[in-house]
Design a protein around this ligand. Structure first.
Ligand code: ATP
Ligand code: MG
Length: 306
């Protein structure tokens, strides 16, 4: 749909169902490339194919983790991007009952093992790239139609080309940062609810684009479990929350933890998004997860890219 109907730039791609078709598709796209079951979540079943001998493992991986009955695999060209962003475009009604699209500032993020690790707003993009982000997202959401907030994941190439990656027809995990960066009631969830209920959404006009204004730069960082455990407890919440003004910890209330499971996020504000990323990371890493009287720190081995 991205490539054929919305006519936006995507990575080169091909589909395959059998192992032989997968081999042909990888040859056609070239190496390295990505293989993904056409239905999955959180990067599950995806494989980064560096060379032909990886294809069999990639095929097994896709089949083991596919969701639903779909057995098709998509092969994608690897985009050596400089930044990943999510544009949280909102389709909603204006004062004349006409459907319009409004754009929050792009959210930057980075992923570890196919899952989002930290996100920040605004993303560090030029004015031109920002315009391309809004234009690309508009073309895609126009094709989808309906009302609500859409999380459009995009890659920004080394030469500033904007590639469409995927879209969620609902709030997006990287967009949790808007719980602090947007005005109260206008987080990505608030915007989604307002859009589908036909409630007003205030916007500002900038460069001929309807924008959702930002209150402050901010960032989120995930709190990942270092253990497999039931009845989880948390400690160091006060020290983490008292580290910086206007920051907060959100725990998701999941009853069970397993290694690498996302249990919550730290959200911090600062004068710049970069400073907010460092704050949120420090806060998240202060939280310890407990089970059966033992306490476990966040995995310090995880390297950060900023
Ligand atoms: N073609 C590609 N080129 C470069 N990187 C890629 C490509 N496809 C995926 N990735 C990397 O893997 C991550 C996860 O891929 P993708 O968004 O397709 O999976 P997902 O299952 O939707 O994951 P999530 O639900 O966490 O968004 C991307 O955000 C990106 O970092
Ligand atoms: Mg994704």
């Amino acid at each position: 749909m991205f490539a054929k109907d919305a006519k936006v730039r995507t990575s080169k791609y091909a589909y395959a169902s059998t192992l032989d078709e997968l081999k042909d598709a990888c040859e056609k796209i070239g190496y390295p490339c990505w293989t993904k079951p056409i239905q999955s979540s959180s990067g599950q079943g995806s494989y980064f194919v560096k060379r032909p001998k990886d294809i069999e493992t990639a095929y097994k991986e896709a089949h083991a983790h596919a969701r639903g009955s779909a057995d098709k695999i998509i092969v994608e060209e690897h985009i050596d991007f400089k930044l990943e962003v999510t544009e949280l475009a909102v389709r909603h009604l204006d004062e004349n009952n006409k459907t319009v699209t409004s754009f929050p500032k792009p959210v930057g993020h980075y992923q570890i093992d196919g899952d989002y690790h930290a996100s920040w707003q605004p993303a560090e993009v030029s004015k031109k790239v920002e315009r391309d982000i809004y234009a690309t997202t508009k073309k895609i959401t126009d094709c989808l139609g309906g009302l609500g907030l859409f999380g459009c994941e995009l890659f920004i190439g080394q030469d500033d080309t904007v590639y469409a990656n995927e879209i969620s027809p609902r709030p997006h995990d990287t967009g949790m940062v808007t719980m602090s960066t947007h005005a109260s009631g206008y987080s990505e969830m608030g915007l989604h609810a307002r859009a589908v209920l036909g409630l007003p959404i205030p916007t500002v006009e900038a460069n001929n684009v309807r924008q959702i204004p930002l209150m402050s730069p901010g960032a989120t960082h995930v709190i990942l479990s270092p253990v497999n455990a039931g009845n989880v407890q948390y400690r160091n919440i006060y020290p983490a929350m008292n580290m910086y003004p206007n920051s907060t910890i959100r725990l998701f209330g999941k009853p069970e933890a397993h290694v690498g499971r996302r249990m919550g996020v730290a959200i911090a504000l600062a004068d710049t998004a970069k400073e907010a990323v460092q704050r949120a990371e420090k806060m998240a890493h202060t939280i310890e997860i407990g089970s059966n009287g033992k306490w476990y720190a966040q995995d310090e081995k995880i390297k950060h890219v900023l």
